[in-house]
Design a protein around this ligand. Structure first.
Ligand SMILES: NC(=O)c1ccc[n+]([C@@H]2O[C@H](COP(=O)([O-])OP(=O)(O)OC[C@H]3O[C@@H](n4cnc5c(N)ncnc54)[C@H](OP(=O)(O)O)[C@@H]3O)[C@@H](O)[C@H]2O)c1
Length: 314
């Protein structure tokens, strides 16, 4: 660790991989005091070792935090108070999250709840835990990593998109309600980003092989290739988060990479039927793909059998 004065004390959830990990290193490299949190102790240790090896000018501490466990959140609050001599965090980056691909009509309640537990209820529990110190200081910033999928819905991403729509709405309400206490709430809306998010999302599709969507699920890899053809880097998001921390009056939303804003324009311009058609094409939701499973096998038409032999011709 180096001795330069940290600019802000920033806690990041889900810093064991992807966007969270990259953001932790980036912010520490900018001189912030980062508290990188996550579930996997080995990955947190590796992250801390990397920050030390790179001699980042900021400080990078790590602590365990599973956003779905209230006892884990409580323990993290105690640890943060220790690490910051009672100050608490200046900036909370709610990044932990995941998505599972699955047709909306087939996904189980348990899987739905699991995604909401992490992406929505976990985010809110962590926010509530670190908010009192910010409110007491009349200063702070909460940065919620949402998605462009918090404003548009993709086929098979209904459950995940639902969690991000909730994050968008909750963040809007928090932004109105916390501003009088000097606390800003910012949404980061990434498009497709190269992380392990895609592998996690794909890990669920086997469960739907025997459903009417099986033939479309067989094409999930092609779907993924299409969706990820314009994928950005986690560094783009890390830089965006750094800007959202630095700005005196941050924007309510940052779409990253910026070109992804085109999708909102497209959705606004296209008639609903045309939009739906393009979403069905993206998800291989066409009769040509689904027909073999979607249509019942033809019932054989019984051939009438004469009940007695025809009379011999005279
Ligand atoms: N990549 C994209 O295309 C994309 C696009 C839009 C939005 N996002 C959002 O960006 C955020 C980060 O995703 P990513 O792309 O970086 O994916 P990732 O590489 O899979 O990383 C997800 C991180 O979230 C953590 N996490 C999951 N459940 C957790 C829990 N209960 N408690 C604490 N940490 C937990 C994971 O921890 P473990 O290592 O323990 O699993 C991991 O560190 C997510 O909110 C995601 O929805 C991603």
């Amino acid at each position: 660790m180096t001795t330069s004065t940290p600019s802000k004390i920033v806690l990041i959830t889900g810093a064991t991989a992807g966007i969270g990990r990259t953001t932790a290193l980036h912010l520490a490299a900018l001189g912030h005091h980062v508290i990188a949190t996550g579930r996997r102790a080995d990955q947190l240790a590796a992250l801390r070792a990397e920050a030390l090896a790179k001699q980042v000018p900021g400080r990078l501490d790590v602590t365990a935090l599973d956003v779905t466990s209230l006892s884990s959140i409580d323990a993290a609050v105690v640890e943060v108070n220790r690490l910051t001599a009672g100050h608490g965090v200046d900036v909370l980056v709610n990044n932990a999250g995941f998505g599972l691909l699955g047709p909306m009509s087939e996904i189980s309640d348990a899987e739905l709840r699991r995604q909401f537990d992490t992406n929505v209820f976990g985010l809110m529990s962590v926010t509530r835990a670190f908010l009192p110190a910010m409110r007491a200081r009349r200063a702070g910033r909460i940065i919620n990593v949402s998605s462009i999928g918090g404003r548009i819905t993709l086929p098979y991403f209904g459950a995940y998109n639902g969690t991000k729509y909730a994050v968008e709405s909750f963040s809007d309400a928090l932004r109105y309600e916390l501003r009088p206490f000097g606390i800003d709430v910012v949404l980061i809306e990434p498009g497709a980003i190269k992380t392990s998010f895609g592998d996690t999302a794909m890990s669920s599709i086997g469960a739907y092989a025997d459903t009417v969507y099986g033939p479309a699920m067989d094409k999930a890899e092609q779907m993924r290739t299409r969706m990820e053809s314009t994928a950005g880097s986690p560094e783009t998001i890390a830089r965006g988060i750094a800007r959202a921390i630095k700005r005196r009056r941050p924007a309510a939303r940052y779409v990253l990479p910026r070109f992804n804003r085109a999708v909102f324009v497209l959705q606004a311009l296209l008639p609903q039927r045309a939009w739906d058609w393009s979403m069905r094409r993206l998800g291989y939701l066409t009769p040509a793909v689904l027909e073999p499973a979607a249509r019942p096998a033809p019932v054989p038409v019984p051939v009438p059998v004469p009940d007695r032999a025809p009379r011999a011709q005279a």
